[in-house]
Design a protein around this ligand. Structure first.
Ligand SMILES: *Cc1c(COP(=O)(O)O)cnc(C)c1O
Length: 357
């Protein structure tokens, strides 16, 4: 597969670009290019094209606008000590993208094609990758159903698009997040789309995010749909609990999104000498664990924020504060180790870090 390259004649100068990258933040600026690849049921995937970043034009009757047939991924490129750039476990994103595609009745994409588009965009726009540890270039591959028509059926056309945005270090160690445990809304039910990374999951979650904000909380914690007692996730991140020397995360039951950060932490924590466990954990376990001191730290994890300490949880069963409300020692140790591996400062014994040429 070769990518058609149509360079942006209006790409920013290095000085203009560096100024934007230095501003930090997240999602304010996009790089000079994007990659677009079209799929048709009859002819399969076409040739991907790397071209100037910019608006796309779609017929108002395009399927994605009406029935939400869309999936996405989130991954990052990290600056390395020698000035080069690397991706973190990109093949895991490619594989998850295909699992999401299957669930949303969208076409799967050959893993090599997905990886080639990511490498091409990051390579072309590598000047947009920030230099400091904790900063990165956030990469957003997504796919939309593009058949025109209001009939409800799996689309016979799809468009894959890849964009990237510089992400500053928005981690503030003095601020642990406060979460609202939602019992009114659920994110995912058995047989639903909880395991897929699709926009629809997020669309359905926003009202709960609003409810959390009204309770004075930063994020929602989701419980299982059936018993409304088992802890699943926090917003768009997976959860971890520290119990003594043990690092514990809710088990993947089919309604949780299998995070690549979650999976990486299971290995990183073991390497740091902690035991790890994937279990069913109830709200009672959490509340009582805090009261007895058994749970000493709680954090959320995902590609965007890496690791986010949780200071307090609020729910209809009351409010509880973890430790002194500040980020825990083990939380910070895991965060620093993972960041160190991603930035090429700590040995990558699993072959997770993939150089971009
Ligand atoms: C993307 C996502 C995560 C985190 O996955 P990572 O691969 O670690 O970035 C967790 N939960 C939800 C709902 C997500 O969409």
């Amino acid at each position: 597969m070769t990518i058609k390259i149509s360079l942006n004649p209006n790409a920013l100068s290095a000085a203009e670009r560096d100024k934007k990258v230095a501003e930090g933040g997240f999602g304010k600026y996009y790089t000079d290019h994007m990659v677009v690849c079209e799929w048709d049921e009859k002819t399969g995937w076409g040739t991907p094209e790397l071209k100037a970043y910019g608006p796309i034009t779609l017929d108002p009757a395009t399927a994605v606008f009406h029935y939400g047939q869309e999936i996405f991924e989130g991954m990052k490129a990290y600056r390395q000590p020698d000035g080069g750039v690397a991706l973190f476990r990109p093949e895991a994103n490619a594989q998850r993208f295909n699992r999401s595609a299957k669930r949303l009745a969208l076409p799967e994409m050959p893993e090599e094609l997905f990886l080639e588009t990511v490498n091409a965009l990051v390579s072309q726009d590598q000047g947009w990758v920030p230099n400091k540890v904790g900063e990165s270039l956030y990469i957003r591959p997504f796919m939309i159903a593009t058949e025109v028509g209001l009939g409800v059926r799996p689309s016979n056309k799809a468009t894959y698009i890849l964009i990237a945005t510089p992400a500053g270090a928005y981690f503030d160690p003095s601020k642990a997040v406060t979460v609202w445990i939602s019992t009114e809304y659920v994110r995912a039910a058995p047989g639903g789309t909880g395991e897929a990374k699709c926009g629809g999951n997020y669309a359905a979650s926003l009202v709960a995010q609003k409810a959390a904000a009204a309770e004075g909380c930063d994020q929602v914690v989701w419980l299982d749909a059936v018993e409304r007692k088992w802890i699943e996730e926090m917003g768009g991140m997976n959860l971890y609990f520290v119990k003594g020397n043990k690092v514990v995360t809710p088990k993947l039951t089919g309604t949780l999104l299998p995070g690549i950060t979650r999976d990486s932490i299971l290995s990183v924590a073991r390497d740091l000498g902690y035991e790890t466990e994937e279990v069913m954990l109830s709200v009672d376990d959490w509340k009582n664990g805090i009261a007895s001191g058994e749970i000493s730290e709680t954090f959320a994890c995902g590609t965007a924020a890496v690791v986010s300490p949780i200071g307090a949880a609020k729910s209809k069963w009351g409010t509880w504060v973890t430790g002194d409300g500040n980020p825990g020692k083990i939380t910070m140790k895991i965060r620093e180790t993972l960041l160190g591996i991603q930035h090429g400062q700590i040995e990558d014994k699993y072959g997770w870090v993939k150089r971009v040429k």
